[in-house]
Design a protein around this ligand. Sequence first.
Ligand SMILES: Nc1ncnc2c1ncn2[C@@H]1O[C@H](COP(=O)(O)OP(=O)(O)OP(=O)(O)O)[C@@H](O)[C@H]1O
Ligand SMILES: [Mg+2]
Length: 309
Amino acid sequence: MPCIVSVASGKGGVGKSMVVSNLGLLLAKTGLRVTLVDLDIGGANLHILFGMFHPPATLTDFLTNTLNNLNEIAQPIPSHSILKLIPGTGETLITANLPYAKKKRLIRHLQKHDADIILVDVGAGTSYHALDFFLLADYFLAVATPDPTSVLDLYRFIKLAAIRKVLTAFLARDPVADALLDKDFHSVAAVLEAVGRTSEQGVTIAQEALKRFQPALILNRMTPKSRINTLHLQHLLKQYVGTDLSILGNIPEDIHVQQSILKYLPVVELAPSSPATIALHQIADNVRKMVEQPPESVGRTEEIRKIRA
Ligand SMILES: Nc1ncnc2c1ncn2[C@@H]1O[C@H](COP(=O)(O)OP(=O)(O)OP(=O)(O)O)[C@@H](O)[C@H]1O
Ligand SMILES: [Mg+2]
């Protein structure tokens, strides 16, 4: 069974794909069998970052049943053959209309894919697809820039993901409560209250699910002038969502990143001693340490009963 790490953000354009491609390469260089998966709905471009303009097989082939095994779609990246990629395509997931059963099949196949680590590029936004792809993982990375709108969008994304996680964990065991999935919950506390009303066990199941949801933050495009109050963000998430957000690392604003994208090469390759590369090495080490511990002990888990108050 692979270890799945998903990478998401509230806002688009904050550097997710850059992080996924570089971390993937660094982790593969340590000897791990790494597969990158592009689940960015409508905006899949990981293959382009590696200069693959016409991938021979993409997720479309899986979703349309042309190929039935993700192992056939995961292909070594020609310029970096230690790393595999399951490419998306621009319109893949939209044109395939992705009903729930297809999404479940994709998730099931990813969970048994032949790799040590799968890095999932989830894409921006808070659609159900984005939330479900984020949540299919064992470990959760969130990327933000110091821009206040990026931080706010990230807070919203994590809150909605937590609500969805709690609801789906509960509904998996209590189909009678299916209708809850269609309700528009605005807080985790409201969900806990609703599941508590439906079933006595509901709250315990929901709390267990939340314990395993401990996202880690990567701050990208930091400059010496950046002012970001991560403590405030951590406090908000703890108080209103019940999750502990750990900080995995900061990546500075670095012109080498733009240059690397124009050259279709990961920055860690193009500029091995650049500030961004040094930061990415540190983050790759931290990801390795993170996946060596059980998901529920990432960050500090505490009783989440408080958030019901
Ligand atoms: N640390 C950095 N320093 C300088 N520029 C950066 C840095 N990180 C990202 N960028 C710039 O931001 C752009 C967007 O990065 P990227 O495509 O990885 O974002 P994304 O979050 O995947 O976007 P989308 O939501 O559209 O998928 C890059 O093309 C690059 O020019
Ligand atoms: Mg992207």
